[in-house]
Write a protein that binds this ligand. Sequence first.
Ligand code: AMP
Length: 423
Amino acid sequence: MTFKELEIAEPILRAIAEKGYTNPTPIQEQSIPVLLKGKDLLGCAQTGTGKTAAFAIPIIQQLFEDETRNRNHRKIKSLIVTPTRELAIQIQENFKAYSKYTDLRNTVIFGGVKQGKQTAALKQGIDILVATPGRLLDLIGQGYITLKHIEYFVLDEADQMLDMGFIHDIKKIIAQLPHKRQSLFFSATMPKSIVELSGKILGNPYKVTVKPEQATAEKVEQSVYFVAKADKPKLLEYLILEKNPDSTLVFSRTKHGADKIVRKLAKAKITAEAIHGNKSQNQRQRALGNFKNGKTKVLIATDIAARGIDVSELSLVVNYDLPNVPETYVHRIGRTGRAKASGIALSFCDIEERPYLRDIEKLIRQKIDVVRDHLFVDSRDESSFVPPEKPKQNHNRRKKTPGNQGNKNVWRRNKPKNKPRQS
Ligand code: AMP
């Protein structure tokens, strides 16, 4: 199957040929014809499957062929909502590339930066808008954006959207969309809450499922290193120096941990940058830009910041900490081995993380090779392992104030219900 056979318009064919795409990926092959017919779509797929082009190409084509579109007074006809700023930027870059030989205009808006440039772009008149939910609602509230003319709506990474506490924002956005529209809904997983949400957006959709779990896991060469927590920095340093990969993406469970890894590597004269939610948007973009253009060879990331990041020809993924959610492992190793490339993923597993390893192997239905002859091998047997006793909490440390009589539930009551938002 070729793109030509999918009846893609010539200017788009030319643009995707320049990107080096010759054949559609399975999700593109299944979705593009249906979307060109105007049907709604429910896609169970994650990034790495080619899903961005699967929705971008038909949207571009339909707008391009719409003769009624007023080129002098452009109205936002297509809206793509995605949870993180990095994904939003990436999606817009794709729209820009695929539509470069058309007259369509697009822009991207996200939080964490001043709005001036974004509102200036909006004032110029655009056809396609890629947005994170917070900034979108903000600019709607300020009168810079109206959703009244939307004809094509995409909700991307819906499960992550809910995980990040965006459900109310999403509902507010949907409420402002015209009833007559084509809607596309993508999620890597389909728990009940997501199915319910999709029901509010889609009318009798065509369903596509691309199972990346096994596919990704089969393409990527994976191994695991049993190593004590304290030896992980040295093992990382050793592997980077020994393997000398062009680009290494290291996953840390925590933001603090990510910064610590950067500092440890710096001591070994390895330059690395970190990308996580505590960094400003400019720092995040700079770190990602440096990594994509090869200026920095090592990027340390937390999961939220790295989800969906597309770095072509990423050589190595290191799971410095094993994730406790097995699907996260698949997302992480999916950063390498994208589309048709193959990649390498190495995981560090300390004795407390062995149960996580078992869960991952169950999900990917594959045993991950254990590297037994490395310098920092932890040969302790799991059965002999006694978890260290957690230090007792000193409740008296908390100051007594009129509102807090030393009752530990005060903390729980005051805790925000939703996780902090990112956009
Ligand atoms: P996505 O799932 O949209 O993040 O895409 C993953 C990667 O696959 C990106 O680097 C795309 O540029 C690339 N890609 C998408 N479609 C194709 C295709 N038909 N042929 C080759 N690469 C593709």
